[in-house]
Design a protein around this ligand. Structure first.
Ligand SMILES: [Fe+2]
Ligand SMILES: [Fe+2]
Length: 239
């Protein structure tokens, strides 16, 4: 059963989105929302911040992005919503993974790279125009700004310890080039520290901050962003 529509409806009500806008948003995101990989991220074990499911977090970002876009002129709203839908489509649930990684290979720094790789393979129809592809990929890569993103250079070996390394070999060469350019811009050592070149990405990144701050429900969630461990989540799930 497809579960995303009820979550989306609940969020539409929460943000008091009028019917005409609900149709625009749904039309823009439906192909991604109804995809099996997105559906998986609406339920256990894909907890994102605190007890909020990753899929719900993403849909909340979609709505806040839409509201911010409507306040700003000269923005391709559909592209901004695609960035929101894809920005956190990382491969594995990140909290309490138990896997030890080098500092800049940890979730916070590499998940935008995993999200670009996954999205560009799962949703190839969304990458049918070079400018659109550049705007979407750059937006995903730099959505964590002012946190840096790890620079991606090669798929010859799994240097970044990505969970979707095998899938990365299937990324189209033109999209791989955009990912490499984008994640090496303003590079300092192993990371790139800059906001997106495009308004669509910058607005989505701002929406993500607003939603993430409201999602975080306590100290455990805040520390988990750095350590990858969330004791409260483990406790709640044992009840
Ligand atoms: Fe993220
Ligand atoms: Fe996010």
């Amino acid at each position: 059963m497809k579960t995303g529509i009820d979550v989306l409806d609940k969020l539409f009500d929460k943000y008091k989105i009028p019917n005409s806008d609900r149709i625009i948003i749904f039309d823009s995101i439906k192909n991604i929302l109804l995809h099996d990989e997105f559906q998986r991220r609406l339920k256990d074990p894909f907890y994102h911040h605190g007890n909020i499911m990753l899929g719900e977090h993403i849909l909340q970002d979609v709505i806040v992005t839409y509201l911010l876009c409507k306040k700003n002129g000269n923005i391709n709203i559909s592209y901004a919503l695609k960035i929101a839908m894809m920005h956190d489509l990382y491969t594995r649930p990140w909290q309490n993974s138990g896997v030890k990684k080098e500092f800049f290979h940890r979730h916070g720094f590499v998940h935008p790279i995993e999200a670009v790789i996954n999205s560009s393979v799962w949703f190839q129809d969304e990458f049918n125009d070079s400018k659109k592809s550049e705007i979407i990929i750059d937006g995903i890569v730099h959505h964590m700004y002012p946190l840096p993103v790890t620079s991606y250079n090669s798929y010859d070996e799994n240097i970044l310890q990505l969970y979707n390394y095998e899938l990365s070999k299937r990324v189209r060469p033109d999209l791989r080039e955009i990912l490499i350019d984008s994640s090496n811009r303003s590079r300092i050592g192993e990371v790139s520290l800059t906001r997106s070149k495009f308004k669509e990405g910058r607005i989505m990144s701002f929406a993500d901050k607003i939603v993430s701050i409201s999602d975080i429900d306590g100290t455990d969630s805040i520390t988990s962003l750095i350590t990858g461990k969330n004791k409260r989540l483990l406790k709640n799930r044992m009840i």
